[in-house]
Design a protein. Structure first.
Length: 223
């Protein structure tokens, strides 16, 4: 891959936004199962089995998948930049609501239902932004690098959130137990990453909606 391509504003800011996408995507996956499975004796744990916890978090992936048709319409009508920003705003709402929705199992379900579409819109926008910013011959390499940026964000998220949970844990009979304070701080970190990502997305160059640019290209084709 020509490294000069990565300095183009559309590619550079998309890759920077991708790092934050990786951070706030993994935060919910790390926090909610622990909260759901902690014993009720802790005073804040929800005391659910692993199976129930998995079912309550499953909508995160399902709603991401179901968002795909909506993304296609929004991206064609507006642009991938708009859908990326919209996805990040929805994610901010989800994590903001999550700060106060940690006292019942059904509330975890609500959090995942809100976060899923936002993450789906944000994730779907990234390859479209990269593909529209590079030559056809560079599409594979550029998207591969973008995937790496998301992985860096996810890796950083797991390390930082793990550190927060460990350092805020309570010692109960020699066992470190995560605290509600640690969970809330982790959600705040995810919101901070989202804010940075949203700011980065605003610097993306304006792009024409996919549908319009395709139609323009068809009109320019020789007959």
């Amino acid at each position: 891959m020509d490294l000069r391509t990565t300095t183009r504003p559309a590619v550079l800011f998309t890759n920077l936004a991708s790092i934050t996408v990786g951070i706030f995507f993994l935060a919910a996956s790390l926090i909610l199962p622990q909260l759901l499975e902690l014993p009720k004796a802790t005073g804040y744990g929800l005391g659910q089995s692993m199976v129930v916890a998995g079912l309550l978090v499953a909508p995160l992936g399902l709603t991401m998948m179901l968002t795909t048709p909506l993304y296609a319409r929004l991206s064609a009508k507006h642009s991938p930049k708009v859908t990326l920003i919209l996805g990040m705003v929805i994610i901010a709402i989800g994590y903001g609501a999550g700060l106060g929705l940690m006292s019942a199992p059904w509330q975890s379900f609500v959090i995942t239902v809100i976060l899923g579409p936002g993450i789906g819109l944000a994730y779907s926008s990234l390859p479209a932004l990269i593909t529209g910013a590079v030559r056809a011959s560079e599409t594979g390499a550029a998207n591969g690098l973008n995937t790496l940026m998301r992985s860096i964000g996810s890796s950083a998220s797991s390390a930082v959130i793990g550190m927060v949970i460990v350092n805020t844990a309570d010692d109960v009979n020699g066992v470190a137990v995560p605290t509600m304070h640690g969970f809330r701080v982790s959600f705040l970190i995810a919101m901070g990453a989202m804010a940075i990502g949203l700011l980065t997305a605003l610097f993306l160059p304006r792009t024409r909606p996919a549908g319009r640019s395709t139609a323009s290209a068809v009109r320019r084709m020789p007959t």
